[in-house]
Every structure is written in structure tokens, then in C-alpha cells.
Design a binder for this molecule. Structure first.
Ligand SMILES: *Cc1c(COP(=O)(O)O)cnc(C)c1O
Length: 413
């Protein structure tokens, strides 16, 4: 992975806790439920509070179980540090809470997870200007940049229509202009792709999805890749300028977002996510193979009007996907011909479960326009390429033949 770590992705995750002494040789980092941390020497407590010595103060700002997970995510993303949050949205919201000021400008991909879209609309009402652009075209991003642009925000594979941003060219632009490049890696996960490779300064992961992987815990993370020069970022407060430049971004995020807004990840959730993450690579291999098989089957069927999956040769950004990602991912979406009612189709599935999560071990299906993208209205949906009949499939790790047979029989009825 890196020069100091000779091991591969999964070996690193499995053995990372043992790199430091773990209580009683416990093979899993224990779940530390204590909110407070006692010090035998009151001067040491003061030193921890003043940042002169490492240590934990109060659970909202950090916890040993959460810290062990943060370290694993840093390894997965090849980053210099990670901050965990209660949810993925907590991590994305932290960008606004800690790094943006009234008068700043953000350029965001218009192909976004629905709640991120809503968050940027909220931010736009609070003094930060946000421009949404088609990020599959780096020229459109470039045209939107202004002298006061602080952040360019994109997703790797957009949820749910699977558009793939022009990741490397946008990274090049941000590097040339000294702009913070934030990449939401949730759909690819660090197993398929590391945004550091295209120059991202901060990486977002919703841990709720494939990293935790079992649909039993919410969580989010921001990883600093070490590529962004924080000394050039105008919104770092004097207090955090005292730190070495490499630490300034995460230090301000920890205090201004995590501490002041309080979306802390709980230790039990961190434990669930850490256990799930051990099998990330194994699950992704299975689920991506299932997704490709399902996408190919649906594409070949005349009762299916369109299939959106980055692993298909027909996908508009397929060449980019093949050059950047290990595979096409675990999520696809499709449109049935008009004669088939999408609700009836979903009700005929026996294995695909109508539910709104993704990255679970089970296959989950959802009629997008009527649920997760309902609130934004038909006009904005159309601008994001979301058909009213679009069905999103988060492909699970079921046996491939069972899954294909289920989606086939629902078409046949
Ligand atoms: C789910 C998701 C989020 C938000 O994560 P939560 O943990 O649900 O808050 C952010 N980005 C993408 C791409 C997602 O799929």
C-alpha cells in the first residue's frame, strides 16, 4: 500500500489494530463506551486539552474505538488522517460547518446523491454560492470556477444514474488553481478506487454503505489525502494556523464541525463498521460480478428500455471507468418499457427487497423518482437524467444464478 506498509488491502485492515498494544491482546479493538477519560495527573489532562500531548478528552471529540476505525480508513484511502462522523451526511455537512464562509463559492457536480443535492441547496440559502455543473465534462467545471471558488465537489459514480465524473482532469484543474478537491468515494469504495490517485484533497465515504456493508450501522468519514496545501486555504482560523500545515484542515474540521456541531460516531457503530470493513474486498468482488451479470442480462432483454451500469461497454464513460476503477461497482439502475409498471415489477421480485439503503449484503431495489428523489420535483430530476420509471438496484452477494433468475422471472410475469 505505502512504503511503510508492505501488506495488501485486506491484510492491512485485518492486522491494523495489533500494530499498537490492544487491551489483553484482544483481536478486535474493544468497544470503549466511556464518554470521559480520567488522568492520574491533572497537568496531563491540561496538556491533552491544549494539544501538547495525545489523549482523549470527551467522547464527542474522539473515542479509542472510533480512532481505531479512523486509522483503518486512512490506510484504505492511503491518507494522512481521517475523521469519522455519525453519518455520511455528517461528514459532508462538516465541509460547510468548518471550511466555508459566507461569500465563498462551491462548484458541485449536478449528478449527486439526493440528500447531498439538498444540502448544497441549504448552503446556497446561507450565503455560500453553489453552481451545479455536468462533471462528466471537465470543461464545464473549468467554466464555472471563480476566484472565490473554495471547493469542487464530485461523486465518483453518481448515485443513482451512474454518471462518472471526469475525475483526473478535474483533479488537474484543482491542482493548477489551488482549489480543494473533494471526492465522494462511497459508490466506488477505496477497494475499487482511491481518489488520491486523481489529486483529491479530501475523500468522503459513507461508512453506512459498502464499507460497513451489512446495513446495521450508520457512519461517515472524511479522509485527508495529504495532497492539499492547507497553508493556502483562506478559511483556516488563527488558532489552527499554529499547527503544522498538514494538520490544519483536519484540526479545524475536528473542532469546528465534529466538536461544535456534534455529529460524533458512536463506539458501537464504529465497531460494527470495523468488523464489516474486514471483508470489503471479498464482498466487492462478489457484488460487482453479480452487478455486471445482472446488467448484461437486463440489457439483452427487449422488455428493458435502458440499463445504466459503468461496467457495460454501452455506458458513456466506460473507457474512463476501465482506466480508473477496478470494476464497474455494485450499483445499477434501469428503466422498463412503458408497458410494464415498475411498481408491479418490484412487487414480483422475491429476492430484491424494496428498501432505500445501498451497499448491503442483500440486493435492495427502489423506484427512485417516487422515493429518494421525490422531494426535488420532476424538473430537477429530468436535469439529473432521472427517468420517472427508473429503478435503482444495490446488488448484494446472493448466488449469481438466484439473482438473475429472480429479476428474469419478474420480467416474464
Ligand atoms: C448514502 C450516501 C451518502 C450519505 O451517507 P449516510 O451515511 O446515509 O448519511 C453520501 N453520499 C453518497 C454517494 C451516498 O450514497
Amino acid at each position: 500500500m505505502s512504503e511503510t506498509n508492505p501488506y495488501g488491502f485486506t491484510t492491512t485492515i485485518l492486522h491494523n489494530d495489533r500494530r499498537r498494544p490492544v487491551e489483553q491482546g484482544s483481536l478486535h479493538k474493544p468497544v470503549h463506551t466511556s464518554v470521559a477519560f480520567g488522568y492520574g495527573d491533572a497537568r496531563q489532562l491540561a496538556a491533552v486539552f491544549q494539544g501538547r500531548e495525545p489523549g482523549f478528552r470527551y467522547g464527542r471529540q474522539g473515542n479509542p474505538t472510533v480512532a481505531a476505525l479512523e486509522d483503518k480508513i486512512s490506510k484504505m484511502e492511503d491518507g494522512v488522517g481521517t475523521l469519522c462522523f455519525a453519518t455520511g451526511m455528517g461528514a459532508i455537512g462538516a465541509l460547510f460547518q468548518a471550511l466555508l464562509k459566507s461569500g465563498d463559492h462551491v462548484v458541485s457536480s449536478s449528478f449527486l446523491f439526493g440528500n447531498t443535492n439538498s444540502l448544497w441547496q441549504t448552503v446556497a440559502g446561507q450565503g455560500v454560492a453553489v453552481d451545479f455543473v455536468d462533471a462528466t465534462d471537465a470543461a464545464k467545471v473549468e467554466a464555472a470556477l471563480r476566484p472565490d471558488t473554495r471547493i469542487v465537489f464530485v461523486e465518483t459514480i453518481a448515485n443513482p444514474r451512474t454518471q462518472v465524473a471526469d475525475l483526473a482532469r478535474i483533479g488537474q484543474l484543482c491542482r493548477e488553481r489551488g482549489i480543494l478537491y473533494v471526492v465522494d468515494n462511497t459508490m466506488t469504495t477505496p477497494w475499487l478506487f482511491r481518489p488520491k490517485a486523481v489529486g483529491a484533497g479530501l475523500v468522503v465515504n459513507s461508512l453506512t454503505k459498502s464499507i460497513g456493508g451489512h446495513g446495521i450501522a450508520l457512519g461517515g468519514a472524511l479522509t485527508d489525502t495529504g495532497l492539499f496545501d492547507w497553508s493556502a486555504y483562506p478559511n483556516i482560523a488563527a488558532n489552527f494556523r499554529k499547527q503544522v500545515p498538514a494538520n490544519q484542515g483536519l484540526a479545524q474540521l475536528r473542532a469546528k464541525a465534529l466538536r461544535d456541531f456534534g455529529a460524533a460516531l458512536g463506539p458501537e457503530a464504529a465497531h460494527h463498521i470495523a468488523v464489516g470493513a474486514e471483508t470489503l474486498a471479498l464482498r466487492m468482488e462478489r457484488t460487482c460480478a453479480n452487478a455486471l451479470a445482472l446488467a448484461r442480462m437486463l440489457e439483452a432483454d427487449p422488455r428493458v428500455a435502458a440499463v445504466h451500469y459503468p461496467g457495460l461497454a454501452s455506458h458513456p464513460q466506460h473507457a474512463l471507468v476501465a482506466s480508473l476503477f477496478r470494476s464497474g461497482g455494485s450499483l445499477l439502475s434501469f428503466e422498463l418499457v412503458d408497458a410494464i409498471d415498475p411498481f408491479d415489477y418490484l412487487n414480483r421480485l422475491k429476492l430484491g427487497i424494496p428498501a432505500s439503503n445501498l451497499g448491503d449484503t442483500r440486493t435492495l431495489v427502489i423506484p427512485v423518482a417516487h422515493t429518494i428523489f421525490f422531494e426535488m420535483g420532476a424538473e430537477r430530476r429530468a436535469s439529473m437524467g432521472i427517468a420517472e420509471s427508473l429503478i435503482r438496484v444495490s446488488v448484494g452477494i446472493e448466488d449469481t444464478e438466484d439473482l438473475l433468475a429472480d429479476f428474469r422471472q419478474a420480467l416474464a410475469s
